[in-house]
Every structure is written in structure tokens, then in C-alpha cells.
Ligand binder design. Structure first.
Ligand SMILES: [Zn+2]
Length: 91
């Protein structure tokens, strides 16, 4: 009888350990998408910061893909996603 109790306790311990590991992994996964160093208690404020840091997106005049404005290559008065597309003849 004590053997059955021992095995039941062991099974419960294993299940508990696995569940806590999964919860830990989920927490780590969620933190990856947040800012690495967040000030304490800055819930809404950090969201505003993220919006302020969002970059303007431009559309490539050649392929139509959207890309950050900082990566823009300008040629002939138009914006392109890369130097390769800027040098291609206009479609
Ligand atoms: Zn392009």
C-alpha cells in the first residue's frame, strides 16, 4: 500500500514540476516581446513610448513592399526599398 502512495506522490511531483517549467517558459516568452529594461509601474506610459518609437513605413515604388523610412533609398524623386530596386528602370 505504501508503494502505491509513493508512486502516486512521485507522479504528482513530476506533473507539478513539468507544469511549473511550462509556466516559466511562457513567462520568458512573454518578456521577450517587451522592452528589455522597463521602468517599474510604467504600464500605459511604456505603451505610449512604443507608439512614439514606431517608424513611418514607406512603399517601394518598384516592388510595392512596405519598409521602414530609415531604410529608404531615394532615386528619381521616388522611394525604394533597396539600392537594387532604385537602380532598376521604372516599371
Ligand atoms: Zn522594392
Amino acid at each position: 500500500m505504501s508503494r502505491i502512495i509513493f508512486w502516486l506522490a512521485l507522479v504528482f511531483l513530476v506533473i507539478f514540476a513539468v507544469r511549473s517549467k511550462i509556466r516559466e517558459a511562457q513567462k520568458r516568452h512573454q518578456q521577450q516581446f517587451r522592452e528589455p529594461q522597463q521602468p517599474a509601474g510604467g504600464g500605459a506610459r511604456s505603451n505610449e513610448k512604443v507608439v512614439a518609437e514606431a517608424e513611418t513605413m514607406l512603399q517601394c515604388a518598384h516592388c510595392g513592399i512596405f519598409y521602414p523610412a530609415s531604410e529608404s533609398v531615394q532615386a528619381r524623386g521616388r522611394d525604394y526599398c533597396s539600392a537594387a530596386h532604385a537602380t532598376l528602370p521604372a516599371a
